[in-house]
Ligand binder design. Sequence first.
Ligand code: ZN
Length: 73
Amino acid sequence: MPIYEYACESCGHRFEKLVRLNAEPPPCPECGAGVKKLISASSFVLKGGGWYKDGYGSTSGGSGGGSSSSSGE
Ligand SMILES: [Zn+2]
C-alpha cells in the first residue's frame, strides 16, 4: 500500500497515511474536515517559484491566424 500525503482544506494540517488505491481520503485527524490528496512532493515545488528569467523578449512572429494557409486538403 502506498503512503499518501493529505492536506486539510480547513485547518491546513498535513498528514500521511497508508491507504489503498481505491480508498477514499480520510478525514482530518485534527478537525475532521475534508482533506485533499497531495499528488507527490515534487509536484508543488515548482509552484510559486518565479525563477524564470525575464530576459526573453516577446518575439511574436507566427501567431497570426488568417493568411497562414493550412495544408489540409
Ligand atoms: Zn483539519
